[in-house]
Design a protein around this ligand. Sequence first.
Ligand code: GDP
Ligand code: MN
Length: 379
Amino acid sequence: MDLLEYQGKQLFGRHGLAVSDGKAVTTVDEAVAAADEIGYPVVVKAQVLIGGRGKAGGVKLADNTEQAREHAANILGLDIKGHIVRTLWIEHASDIATEYYASVLLDRSEKKPLVMFSTEGGVDIEEVAENTPDKLIRRNVDALEGLTREEAVAIATDGGADSDVIEGVADALMALYEVWIEEDASLTEINPLIVTPDREVKALDAKVSLDANALFRHPENADLSDKENQDPIERAAAEQGVQYVKLDGNIGILGNGAGLVMSTLDVVAQAGGEPANFLDAGGGSDAEKVKQAVSLILANDAVKAVLFNIFGGITRCDEVANGLVAAFKDLEPDVPFVVRLDGTNDVKGREILEQADLPNVHPAKTMLEAAQKVVELAR
Ligand code: GDP
Ligand code: MN
């Protein structure tokens, strides 16, 4: 679950990281009022879940009311790499002496948290990693110990931070680590982490991803998700408790169990097709759940054919077949379905489908056969 910059900054602030106060607004008039109140110069910032806003014209400094109005009007509604700006964050502009970079993430290969720091902040960090990797310092942290003060100081020192701000950078790294661990984040990143002319260390930007599966531990964070800008089908699925991820292709996928769905995506790709979604109907999918899943899949206009891949265990194939029949009655889909039922009550399931004599439903025996069939039908 990705947070907007200003939401990330609010979390940072709660953990003692220095950030500028500001205001989130959604109209030009609100933006101007906020800017007047905060005091000039202000920075007007597009709030979208994508980086590189500055380069795209989504971050502008304003010295007075007129400029604030002009920038707010230009940035609201702006399309930044497919993300439409609906919210602005207005904060008092900071003076910048130096721009650093800092982040904390999970290093899966080392199975440890990873702290990264660079004095080459403000720019695309991937470029720094690619072209001047020695300018990006990477340190694994013992998850049980946490990031110690000594380690934080060593990272700042070895990373080349100015000697008078080593302590300030170490404080920022420790706070960033604290946000990561205590808020169950998968990523906390500051680019740029600035040093002001007064030698204050401050987060000018915030990129935070929270682990949505840990939200039950942080009910206060639940409404931070950017619902307004979330894909409407994914949002509906989340509200119904269905695991659905929208993808770019045209073949709707339903399976039971995340592993089976993943392999189904792979086999469809192998057969030359492009999946339109990931959907895990879960164990024990009853008829009602199947109907719900079908309507989510069909809500995506790109879908030209659907593959049902059910391996019955706890899930009974006859229940799934009943669900499919009910879904067809209700939704009258106009795209073909390929159905592979295997495992618990599969014979009964296939009988139900046969008796229902649904138009446009094609049974398949194996996963590969099903994938090949659905790819052909989607063409
Ligand atoms: P991003 O482009 O999406 O990463 O957005 P950032 O929040 O990082 O802003 C982009 C750039 O705008 C920063 O690297 C800064 O150089 C500049 N910027 C942002 N806020 C301020 C500010 O308060 N004062 C000044 N002088 N520049 C700022
Ligand atoms: Mn940035």
